[in-house]
Ligand binder design. Structure first.
Ligand SMILES: CC(C)(COP(=O)(O)OP(=O)(O)OC[C@H]1O[C@@H](n2cnc3c(N)ncnc32)[C@H](O)[C@@H]1OP(=O)(O)O)[C@@H](O)C(=O)NCCC(=O)NCCS
Length: 196
């Protein structure tokens, strides 16, 4: 699928509220530590900069606060029927426009579940963070499934960083940036982007 086609598939409405997904806050240095390490090291993340995180990297991330500190907060993604399906993290919270990291366990990928996760994440951010008016996401240009989900949820692509995504052992790829506005989340209407 070409970018123009992806763009033309963008919906003019944000995702409806769902009740299939619960975000369960993770205690990364305490009760959830081993499960978090097992999840991160037991999966492959083909579109992340670190495709196969090692135990040492995850432990270092926990110690550095990358799963919970003033800027980061992490959650298990629990599905009402399937149970625990993945991991979700908010990043750069103190900037006032958080980003996210979404990782379904491989067994739950390709089943159309992430759309409800992203809708629930927007509900969480705009409900619990009254100072936040923009919720942002970035992904690699060839992550078609993620980009399709952004479109389906009424997020708007705002940037395309050419060669902005480092790829281990290969040339860099593009990075694409999307966001949803609080206003759009409230009204269900997508504010269009005008380049000029
Ligand atoms: C990326 C991810 C969140 C997508 O969630 P998912 O629930 O597995 O998404 P699906 O595979 O069901 O695909 C969602 C949509 O994209 C479409 N799609 C999937 N792969 C595609 C491809 N290669 N080309 C075009 N469309 C594609 C699907 O057909 C589906 O469209 P539909 O809603 O019209 O049916 C999930 O696979 C994941 O966690 N991957 C690993 C981590 C990751 O890459 N996270 C994103 C970084 S922020």
């Amino acid at each position: 699928m070409h970018d123009e086609e992806t763009h033309s598939l963008a919906t003019s409405r944000t995702a409806p509220r769902v009740d299939t997904i619960e975000l369960v806050r993770i205690d990364p240095a305490g009760a959830d530590r081993e499960e978090l390490i097992a999840f991160m090291t037991g999966e492959v993340f083909p579109f992340h900069v670190g495709i196969r995180p090692t135990r040492a990297q995850v432990e270092e991330g926990i110690a550095a606060g990358r799963f919970r500190d003033d800027d980061n907060d992490s959650f298990w993604i629990d599905h009402v029927e399937h149970g625990r399906i993945g991991f979700f993290r908010l990043e750069e919270i103190s900037d006032g426009a958080p980003l996210f990291d979404l990782r379904l366990a491989s067994v739950w990928r390709g089943r159309g579940l992430a759309k409800d996760v992203l809708a629930t994440a927007a509900d969480h951010v705009f409900t619990t963070m009254p100072e936040v008016d923009r919720f942002e996401g970035q992904t690699r240009e060839d992550n078609r499934a993620m980009r399709r989900i952004f479109d389906a949820c009424g997020w708007v692509q705002e940037a395309y960083y050419r060669e902005g995504w480092p790829v281990e052992g290969s040339e860099p790829l593009g990075s694409v940036a999307y966001s949803i506005l609080r206003r759009d989340w409230e009204t269900g209407e997508v504010t269009p982007l005008r380049w000029s």
